[in-house]
Design a protein around this ligand. Structure first.
Ligand code: PGA
Length: 254
């Protein structure tokens, strides 16, 4: 299944939901609220163990994603999850290279393979990048460029439009304040420039999301004035009302 090119809001539940009942209640609430949504695709990324319980709630507006996949398709890899498993559970995308995984040792090489595996399996990779801090000399820009070129090194020009890039400054993730929309716009332009340098100007551009301390109050401005295609949301995706507030505000954008 492929998500079309509307605005995209992804909720990453991380490791915060602890019963099937709670997972279903949350997804059902979001599904109900999604009925009024017109221009926005919604993706929920629960922990793997809830995927099969939630697949019956997938709709034309509400999709399922996962928080990670393994970098090989099959073999003797105890405890890993192949991307091949996912289509049968109606999973349409996979977060790859989230900073919380990078912080625990996930390498750029492994991330690049995961992005390639996802594309092979027709699962949309949500490839995460972001700097830990900013410096006056703009070295963070070179850092972002490097993350892009390493993570996308196995993606062909024909495939690049199928990738979603989630830009998440690490200092904003889990923090109190999101990056301002002006800075989001700058980064979105910079990411597009890097992709064009890597793949040429004729390719389809990947969609670009912003993530880090997104709330219902800042969502609309970030997407509208930051010129991004959507949002990757952590904490605020864990409460139906808050997550729907974000989605509704993004959906209002013309
Ligand atoms: P946050 O997390 O929305 O809780 O800041 C964002 C993320 O980790 O993607």
């Amino acid at each position: 299944m492929k998500i079309n090119k509307k605005k995209l809001v992804i909720g990453n539940w991380k490791m915060n939901i602890f019963s099937v009942k709670e997972a279903k209640k949350l997804m059902e609430g979001i599904k109900k609220g999604s009925l009024k949504v017109r221009n926005t695709d919604i993706v929920i990324c629960p922990p793997f163990v809830y995927i099969s319980d939630l697949m019956s709630l997938v709709s034309k507006k509400l999709f399922l994603g996962v928080q990670n996949i393994f970098e090989e398709m099959n073999g003797s890899y105890t405890g890993e999850v192949s991307v091949q498993y996912l289509a049968q559970f109606k999973v349409s995308c996979a977060i790859i290279g989230h900073s919380e995984r990078r912080a625990r040792g996930e390498s750029d090489t492994s991330i690049s393979k995961k992005v390639a595996r996802a594309l092979e399996a027709k699962i949309t990779p949500v490839f995460c990048i972001g700097e830990a801090s900013r410096d006056e000399h703009g070295e963070y820009l070179a850092f972002i460029k490097n993350q892009l070129s390493l993570g996308l090194s196995l993606v062909s020009k024909a495939q690049i439009g199928d990738v979603v890039i989630a830009y998440e400054p690490i200092w904003a993730i889990g923090g109190k304040e999101a990056m301002n929309s002006h800075q989001v716009h700058e980064m979105s332009l910079y990411i597009q420039k890097c992709v064009k340098e890597m793949c040429g100007t004729m390719v389809m551009m990947p969609r670009i999301l912003y993530g880090g301390a997104v709330t219902a109050d800042n969502a609309r401005e970030i997407v509208d004035q930051g010129f991004v295609d959507g949002l990757l949301v952590g904490r605020e995706s864990l409460k139906v009302e808050n997550f729907l507030g974000i989605i509704t505000n993004v959906d209002l954008i013309k």
